[in-house]
Design a protein around this ligand. Sequence first.
Ligand code: C2E
Ligand code: MG
Ligand code: MG
Length: 756
Amino acid sequence: MNENKIKKQLMQVTISVILVSIIVCVAVFIIFGYVVNAVNESDRSQMKIETQEYKNRIFKQLDEDFQILTTLSKSYEISRIMDDEETLMTSIIETNKANAFISLSYFSVNGTGVVDTRDYGVEYDVKLEDYHPYAQEVIKKALQGENAVSKMFDSEVHHQKVFVYAVPVYQDDEIVGVLSAGDTLEIFEDIVNGDTVMGGQGYIHLLDSEGDFLVRSDNTIVQENVESIFDGPYLNNDMQQTALEALQNQNSIYGTFNYKGEQCRFYIEPLELNGWSLFCANRLWGPTLSMGQIVIFTGGFLFLILILMFFLLYYGYYKFRKNSALLLHVVYVDDVTKAMTTLRFDQRLQEIQKKHEDYCIAAVNVHNFKWINNLFGINGGNKVLQYIKDIIEKNLNEEEFFCRDSADLFYIFLLETDKQILENRLMKIITTISDTTAHAEYSYEISLYSGLSICGTREQALLALRSIQNSHRTSVAFYDSKIHNKFRQISLVESQMQSALQKNEFKLFLQPKTDLTNDRIVGAEALVRWQLSDGTFRYPNEFIPLFEQNGFCHKLDMYMVEQVCKQLRSWIDEGLTPIPISINQSKLLFANANYPDELIKITNKYDIPPSLITLEMLEGIATNDTQQINSQIEALHAKGFKISMDDFGSGYSSLNMLYCLKIDELKLDRGFMREVSDKDDNRRRRIVLKEIITFAKKLNISTVAEGIETQQDKEYVAALHCDYGQGYFYAKPMSAYDFSQKYMYTDHSEVMQDEV
Ligand code: C2E
Ligand code: MG
Ligand code: MG
């Protein structure tokens, strides 16, 4: 996990959130706009449809009125009623009664006529010139053969606006007169006052070409008593001009006006009659309230979705940020010490390397940290690690940093390349930490060591550290070509070990073990040699310690046991008397519960009595759990194997160990053989060696002196009553073949010669 990566992801999420929000907003507005538009469109077309419907109804009304007049005219033509003035008059009066006209008249072509006016009675010999000019006009038109309707005019008789219809009356295909009916606009009022306009929310007025109301609906938005749509608060200047042009040119137009803050829409539909027009108006959301509601609901719904999306996106973003921060904390901060992790360290290293070319990386580790854990428990161990972290932190300069890797391994980045200064700084940290007075809680001296790599890598610092991990004398080591080659060799060995085992490159070498009292051969020690394909040898010290560490020793030791069994089998099969062979065994095996069974499997395979095999364990093993080792020894004894303790006296030996462990043989380290110039030292060593041999004898443990190189060595240990000897004085380790040739075909009880 990388902080920059997380930041980048956060940025991407942020941008995504913004983009999605913008897209949703735009989508909402587009949809909203679309819905509003659709509603507007539908509202407008609805207005048009309804206005035209009213127009049709008006024309239907006019047609019906004309129809009455035309029918009357036809009946007059047929009945020749005009010839009888009396009958004509009676007909006029009766017809007028039966219809809703305010007046009905007949004018003959000479310009005189009969007029029956409702509520006022009948008049004779009425002169056409006395009529209102508008009425004269339509009557004259009718005399020309045209059905006509007059414009509105103020009637002096009725004191209201009236208009006149006129149709010609024929006799023998000639116009002999005109039937004319007068009416008020009341006939339209039913129509324009209908409360069904635009779902009951709109209204329709009848206008003349000047915009004056001919019929004004009671059901009106504009409450003021105005005469014309151009009066009062109806239309703004621009709209007035447009509306006037439309009225005069008999065009249909849509428009809007604002009344008391309420947005309203109007539509003008020309009636194509006397320059009249229908003016339909409604509130923007009024007549199509359901559509308006749809718009509001849709908008509201989309808005809610938008809010919800915003919330979800923000919540996701917030969670992501929080989790990222948590993740970064987990990945970047060591839980135990709160120091940074190696991951963070490496990132910081990369960043700072761009700025500083001169630096040093130090790896710091605690000797035997597992002992601290064993002694003080995990919590105690953690406290020690926290203490180490505090001290390192206090000893850093600006821009320097550090981290804790696993367990007790720390890495420090230092802006310093001078070896002496670096060593001093590291020693200061190491000595401060090891100062027991500083952490009186634990009276344990924390011993640290450090590997440094100048301008190098963490891995190099670690190699330098490993190069001194077993040395308590050196606390600070710098990575150099020697260390480099050493570890290169290690990795080479590690890379070859598996295939070497498969290719049988590990060879069995044997070194004889001799009875010191008579120099007769009593056994041999199996020692491994790694023969490379070019014929050269690798010796155990070049790979055994590494195999002990990486666990491969288990496989190798079992392989050597098998080689030994094979050799014993071949001797037996050849009719030779086999001699017991000691085999070096890794300490790991003594902790493995399956170990005795694994051994038995091999001895059984070659049908070798386990008593011919002595298992050599290293003295160091005894520092482990003695009880557990003893039970392993017992198990091995039970199978028939013998146990020998190797290199006794090379490390921190204790006589107590001899008492505790039920071993059969003690191999005295060849260090006892080395003479030193200090005579007193030699004397003291001799006393110790003598006591060990005596003590072992008393415990029924046989003793073998290793490293007998000279006659003098041999006599020295023989005098101390050591049982057996092994060393170059008798023979160097040799291949199993050479060993067989040299010793097995002769009587082993033969006295050994000095082979060196
Ligand atoms: P070790 O078991 O103590 O074996 C004796 C070592 O001393 C052998 O070294 C041998 O060559 C050497 N030696 C014998 N006599 C003399 C002498 O007179 N003077 C001197 N200077 N050296 C003498 P080698 O073969 O190099 O083995 C070294 C160690 O490697 C062995 O010490 C043993 O601990 C380990 N080793 C050898 N083979 C095996 C093996 O198959 N498995 C395991 N686990 N360890 C092995
Ligand atoms: Mg040995
Ligand atoms: Mg040894």
